[in-house]
Design a protein around this ligand. Structure first.
Ligand code: XMP
Length: 210
């Protein structure tokens, strides 16, 4: 099973499609975020799917009222996204609005230092919400493998853990996978490297051996 997700955080469509095509062999999925959608438009989702044949995760971290979440998620799924990332702290109704339209991934803790200020203190509540709603997966920080292990221990086994923070943010492939993550999300260490294909291959190989 492939366990690497490429965070394709570039603005330009051509560059995005080139990197996606070069690295596809080593990926489980491609994640798109605001930079690429702002730079290239929503249609880039379909184009990435065409050149890679892989699922696309739209990492928009939706955090709005149910109606607005529904309006955004509806267009994003229509554009071909297979999964959408939503924030849980806005409440169960907002998460459900996205879940009614397609497969959803909920943020339960973030990878950056500031996550300790407001998100980490409510992670237990977010795990409880994920267990109640049953999204496809949750986001947990590769920068803190001990938190991934904690989240894994509290989360229903069928809910996947996707972990960003490997590489540029300091997380290590082996540590986070051994802590219980199902997938690692890697951006800069691949797309900003001199040889994205080779970087993806190395991270993929490391993940397979973890
Ligand atoms: P880098 O370049 O740091 O990119 O490998 C990481 C990618 O993942 C996103 N990211 C997160 N998304 N919760 C999320 O939902 C997080 O805690 C988190 N940390 C990083 C980031 O936006 C980039 O696309």
């Amino acid at each position: 099973m492939k366990r690497l997700i490429l965070a394709l955080d570039v603005y330009e469509r051509e560059r995005a499609l080139e990197i996606a095509e070069q690295t596809a062999e080593y990926l489980w999925a491609v994640k798109v975020n605001w930079p690429l959608i702002i730079g290239s438009g929503l249609n880039v989702i379909t184009e990435i799917k065409q050149v890679t044949g892989l699922p696309v995760i739209a990492d928009l971290k939706l955090a709005d009222i149910p109606n607005t979440n529904r309006m955004i998620a509806g267009r994003v799924f229509k554009a071909g996204a297979d999964y959408i990332i939503v924030h849980g702290f806005v409440g169960s109704d907002s998460v459900k609005a996205a879940m009614e339209l397609g497969r959803t991934i909920m943020v339960v803790e973030m990878s950056h230092p500031g996550a300790k200020e407001f998100i980490q203190p409510v992670t237990d509540g977010l795990i409880k919400l994920a267990n109640e709603l049953g999204p496809f997966g949750v986001i947990a920080p590769a920068t803190r493998p001990e938190r991934v292990a904690y989240i894994r221990s509290k989360l229903k086994p069928e809910i996947r853990i996707l972990s960003p923070g490997v590489g540029a943010q300091g997380g290590k492939v082996r540590d986070v996978l051994r802590a219980g993550a199902d997938y690692i999300i890697v951006g800069r260490s691949i797309y900003a490297s001199r040889n994205p294909r080779e970087s993806a291959r190395m991270i993929h190989d490391e993940a397979m051996g973890a």
